[in-house]
Design a protein around this ligand. Sequence first.
Ligand SMILES: Nc1ncnc2c1ncn2[C@@H]1O[C@H](COP(=O)(O)OP(=O)(O)O)[C@@H](O)[C@H]1O
Ligand SMILES: [Mg+2]
Length: 382
Amino acid sequence: MPNLLTVLLINSDSGSRAAITALLARCRRPVELSATTGALQEAMKHIESETPPQVVILEAHSIAQGVRDVSTIRAINPQTMIMVTSEEKHPDWILTLIRAGAGEYLTTPIILDELEDALERAAGMFERRVGAEDARGKVITVFNPSGGMGTTTIAVNLAATLVGKGELTALLDLNPFSSDISAFLDLNAAYTLSSIQGAEGRIDASFLTGIMTRHTSGIKVLCGAEEVGVTTGITPNQILNLLTLIRGQFGVTVIDTGGSLSERVLETFNGSDLILYPLTLTLPALNNARRYLKSLNYHGFGPERVKVLVNRYLPKDDIRLTDAEKILGVNIFHTIPNSYVEIKESIYKGTPLVTCFPRSPVTKALTDLAGHVMTELSSGSH
Ligand SMILES: Nc1ncnc2c1ncn2[C@@H]1O[C@H](COP(=O)(O)OP(=O)(O)O)[C@@H](O)[C@H]1O
Ligand SMILES: [Mg+2]
């Protein structure tokens, strides 16, 4: 059921008021008409109230009155969506009123489809705003530019641990190279990230949850596209919308991504509270991480947001953790032991480690990582 919109109608003509009221009743979007008045003056107590209407449908019978009324409403309540109605089709009217702050201009007699579209746009705007205000959900991105470092292993098992702790958890496969999450969780997704492409205006919370696939553990997964390269056209703006919506829907979202620091990846980081950067203790991996951490720092993602994980950690390695910290100039946030057999078996079965090897040291390390991440996120700096 779409969210209810509260609407206030201002029109000096009783016949027009009745006609617009009848049209509103026929719209798909449920509307609560908080008042209908003949002039702005009579509507002021509603606009100034604690719960002002989200939409004001305002008649403009002259440009001057229209601009004056739009400006008055905007000054009191800048969040209100003002839809101006007028017989006048002249572009000057439209431009002037839109510039004054009207969100829509509907010529009368109003066509049902046009009113429906305008209401849907308004509803989309309010849903996005609510998503931003309700941004209580946390977003954790696991990123390694080249892959092969355990990015997907960590993202999947982190999500599985968090859902096991009772968090409402989403897992997004935004990896541009290899969409591995569906294989790691043995999912047969009906819809994937490719559904988002080209659907810009239509993406709302219910669309998003509709294209996600539920894993038996309870994780809701947005799988990567089957076909290679079909989602390269997803824009940074679409990523921003996606993350805003997802924050409003889930307690925690884990993202798997990689590749160079493209606009799209940077937008993903922008929308993330924490960025986990896994690597193995080899010189090439450390060198690459040093370069990337420097660049991330340049882009505004410093050590308070980017945390380095050492995966496949062997305490007897030639390269020690302290060497890695010296090379990278940051502390290692967490280590995950090398555990070839369990991880291979878990991927083969399409089951997270918490389910198939609940007592293994690698599972303990990943469970501890989830705890460490949540403590870090609740420490207040995110
Ligand atoms: N802690 C670990 N111990 C042993 N093998 C691991 C570990 N983490 C990942 N692997 C293995 O490394 C390979 C790459 O892991 P994956 O999660 O796919 O990395 P990425 O997503 O960075 O490419 C996989 O074959 C996986 O089995
Ligand atoms: Mg991967």
